[in-house]
Each structure stands twice: as C-alpha cells, then as structure tokens.
Design a protein around this ligand. Sequence first.
Ligand code: ZN
Length: 323
Amino acid sequence: MLNVSRRELVIGAALAAAFGINPRLVLIAPAEAQPAPGPGMGFHRYKVGSVEVTALYDGIWRKPHDPAFIRNASIEDTKAALAAAGMTTDYMPIPLTVVVLKVGDKLIMIDAGSGVGQWQPTAVSLPANMKAAGIDPARLSTILISHFHPDHIFGLMEKGTNAPIYPNTELVVSAAEYQWWMEPGRVEKLPDARKPLGARIQAVFPTWKNFTLVDREKEVVPGIRLINAPGHTPGHSAFLVSSGREQLMISNDTAYVPALLAPHPEWQGTYDQDGPLAVETRRKLIDRVIADRIAICGAHFPFPGAGAFTKDGSGYAFAPVQA
Ligand SMILES: [Zn+2]
C-alpha cells in the first residue's frame, strides 16, 4: 500500500517503479521543483513498456498573476499553493511540453505545440528541440489532438498564412471537440478573447482533408486509447498508452498546473470552460491513475512533464519527475 506524504517524496528507483514511473526518472521533492529545463536540456526520453516517449520542451508562459485565473481561489491562495510546491510565486509558471511516441516504427505526436511564438513569445522551442532529439516532423504518421486551445493547435498552422505544417499526417481528434468549435454561430457566442481563435479554427480546419474524428472512447493507434476527459473543453481528451504491463496516461490539460490542482482539485480555472465538469473529470482521472498505478504526464507539468499523484486528504499530492 502506497501512502506517501508530500514531505517524504524523495523517491528511489523501487518506489518509482511501484508508481509505474520509469526508474530512470527520479521523483523529486516539491522544494526542488522547477518548471523549465536547464540550458541544452530541451528533450528527454523514457520508456513505457516498449514505447519510447520523447518529451519536447516548447517553452513557458510566465503568466502575471490574475485574480480571474482560478475562479474559486484568490491570488494569495494560488501563491500559497505555488510556494508549497517549491515554485516561484513571482508569476504563474505555465510550461509547455509536447510528447512524441515511438510505437514500433511509427512516430505519434500528442498535440502540436504553440507554433513558435503564436501563443506566447517565450514558447518557441519545439522545432529546435524536435531536431535536437532527431525527430523528423515529416515522419510523424499521426498527431493525436487533445483539444483546440492555442497552445495545443497553433503548431499545426504557419503563422500568417495558416498553411498546414503537417499536410500528410493523420490528425485525430474527438468528434465532440471538432463539432463544438465548428458549430454555425459558435464564434459569435464565444467570449471576445476567444473569438479570433474560433474564427481561425472555422476558417482553416474544414479546408484540411487529414482529420479523423473519433466519436467514442477507443483505440486510435495500436496501444493508444482515446479517453474522454471533458470540462476543460467540451471534447477534451486524454490518451492512455499501454505496452506490456506499463501504462502512461497522457492527461493533457486535465490537471494543467498540478502545483495548484493536486492540492485543490476543486479549483476551476478560467480556461476550464465547464468548471464543475472539469473538476469531476480531474478527480476521476487522477483517482484512476492512482488506483491502477498508471504513470501520468501533462502538457503543463514541470518539464519533462511527468510525475506521480498520491491521495492527500481531500486532494492529492503531486511529485514531478526530474529528467
Ligand atoms: Zn494547455
């Protein structure tokens, strides 16, 4: 029975294995948590069974504190959570990591990153880190898309022209996500800050022929299952990788900044479109990875973007892994 408190989390190989984390990754104590990699450390590889996972760092949004960021918490509350996780309180650290899976001879990417500054000027590193990792973008057979927020899809489109960067790669997304954004009248109904995003999606994606829409939970690539994880957006998806006896839950934005949402899973972010549903989904997914000892990674977890949750009172403790 694993019952590890936040304060005891410097974890060796045996316990890492028990969590389902590759023993070559080391779970680190919160006081040492850093959101971004050191210089020259822009990618990191680990294995899930026979699947090779490459975590590619895209960049970080040092978001100024904003009382609206969490609807049911104050700036003081969010700063206290960051401090408890050993992170800076000067700003809200939102790093972005993109994952590429090598399954047999196929390369599968999860989301496409933020498009070299199209989301934040400090998130430009995905192409360079992909190159450093020896991954040829033209060889990607499939991109599994979690949802249609800028940091996850702007990397599909050239800045200015919206030309497709992956015209020959299959783009898999839940039908719920695609259809919600594509609904007639959708752009007018979006809040003003989201209208340009909605308009871009509606102008560009219908002209592409390489989308595959998935209308239920199922295996989308051999060994990879789409998991419905709605709330952050209507069709937000996680992806569960299974190989041999090991599994990895690619949770995308279900628990986006775990320094906040592990101890306070009930917090509703401004980017959670349906706050109560996002909370329900978050608890369900984290409970599942704890119960089934599934390793977990997330797009906005501290680089290299993986970690482990344990139960802690009415919430959870999160230990990031260190490359
Ligand atoms: Zn995101």
